[in-house]
Write a new protein. Structure first.
Ligand SMILES: Cc1cc2nc3c(=O)[nH]c(=O)nc-3n(C[C@H](O)[C@H](O)[C@H](O)COP(=O)(O)OP(=O)(O)OC[C@H]3O[C@@H](n4cnc5c(N)ncnc54)[C@H](O)[C@@H]3O)c2cc1C
Length: 357
């Protein structure tokens, strides 16, 4: 197993549940914050399956009850969790969530974690010879690649396909007027050059993300607070919400890759990719973390069956992920095609006429 994000944790826990011993190369994540807070309602059943349902009771997360959307029209559409078939999921404190998953993996004697990175992977007659950044060497019959968008093994074994080059500008804002009670909601707003997403976290920080293409973002936006503030103020609803509740960016945004990329196949005869390493879709559908949990569990099942002699398990896994890619692509196309106000703008035109690279 390689990679210590959500997919890696899910795969390790699912392997341990089946009594399979795993060596896990997973460096400690020391970054200050990680974008991605909206956990879809469907994730609860997957967490249950891993014995992790309690993780969502942490007061660092909040239930997602209310969302507002301005997409395809100037009006603001309001939706309540009670009206959604599966509920509306949770808004996470991402650090707490990943730390809780990691804590659960520590309880299993079958998981041996190396706080290290994978540096090299070579094939041998019996499987893989892995070398870590710290110089350790490991032999393995099968490798699960859960290294996120880098897809350390997957990208050398299978062709990556890409639909777009979406990039996210991300900020976490603190409230300057703590006497105002901010609305506990999520807001998505389409604009000519892309779309905005904002959500209130349980600790009252407000996460705001702007999604666009690299060539459409202002130059040096990652260093220019003035430009970032200007962009925020130029929105219709996002700015109204921020201003009324006492929020404003005080630092330039961080930039993160958020494009839609997947591997042509997510498994070979001795490897599998899970999570973003296999399928990274743009965060519009807010299913990245749920997909990471699902593919982690599915990859572990396929790996366990393969080690037991099932010759078709890896191909079955790859086929399930291929079907998932088709579903995501279809859903994504539908959502983007609902916004016709800016159809002449490159950001929207590209998404209405695109073909995989
Ligand atoms: C801006 C943005 C907003 C998003 N918002 C949402 C959202 O609201 N809801 C949602 O569900 N999803 C969202 N996503 C997507 C979600 O964050 C990802 O789908 C999810 O993190 C995938 O988990 P993962 O475990 O596959 O990969 P990652 O979280 O990327 O984890 C990969 C791990 O592999 C490790 N690694 C990398 N290289 C090596 C190596 N050589 N050796 C060992 N380890 C290595 C890394 O350190 C990391 O810990 C968002 C993504 C972005 C970019």
């Amino acid at each position: 197993m390689v990679g210590g994000g959500i997919a890696g944790c899910a795969a390790c826990l699912a392997l341990a549940k089946r009594g399979v011993k795993a060596i896990w190369i997973a460096p400690e994540d020391t970054s200050a914050s990680k974008p991605g807070e909206s956990l879809a309602a469907a994730a609860r059943a997957l967490l249950d399956d891993l014995g992790l349902a309690h993780v969502l009771d942490d007061p660092a997360h909040r239930r997602s009850q209310l969302s507002f959307t301005s997409w395809g029209s100037d009006a603001l559409l309001e939706r309540h969790a009670a009206a959604q078939p599966g509920g509306m999921g949770h808004v996470l404190n991402r650090r707490h969530f990943e730390a809780a998953l990691l804590a659960q993996t520590r309880l299993s004697p079958d998981i041996v974690r190396l706080d290290d990175t994978l540096r090299e992977a070579e094939r041998t007659a019996t499987g893989w010879h892995l070398t870590t950044g710290g110089g350790q060497t490991i032999g393995a019959r099968l490798v699960i690649d859960a290294t996120g968008r880098r897809a350390m093994i997957g990208r050398r074994e299978a062709r990556p396909r890409r639909l777009d080059h979406l990039v996210a500008a991300v900020s976490f804002l603190r409230q300057s007027a703590p006497d105002i009670d901010p609305t506990r909601a999520t807001l998505t707003e389409a604009v000519a050059g892309g779309w905005w997403y904002a959500t209130l976290l349980a600790d009252r920080r407000l996460a705001i993300n702007f999604y666009s293409d690299p060539d459409l973002l202002p130059r040096r936006i990652g260093q220019r607070l003035d430009l970032w503030q200007h962009m925020v103020r130029d929105t219709r609803y996002i700015w109204r919400w921020l201003e009324s509740a006492g929020y404003e960016p005080s630092e330039p945004p961080q930039l993160a890759t958020a494009g839609t990329v997947w591997l042509e196949t997510a498994a070979g005869s001795d490897w599998l990719a899970a999570g973003d390493a296999a399928i990274s879709f743009d965060p519009l559908s807010a299913h990245g973390m749920t997909t990471a949990l699902w593919t982690g569990i599915q990859a572990a099942q396929a790996a366990a069956l393969t080690l037991d002699g099932d010759a078709s398990a890896l191909a079955g896994y790859a086929a399930r992920l291929r079907a998932g890619v088709e579903r995501f692509a279809h859903e994504r196309r539908n959502i983007y095609s609902r916004e016709m106000r800016f159809a002449h703008h490159p950001f929207w035109r590209r998404r209405q006429t695109e073909h995989p690279e």
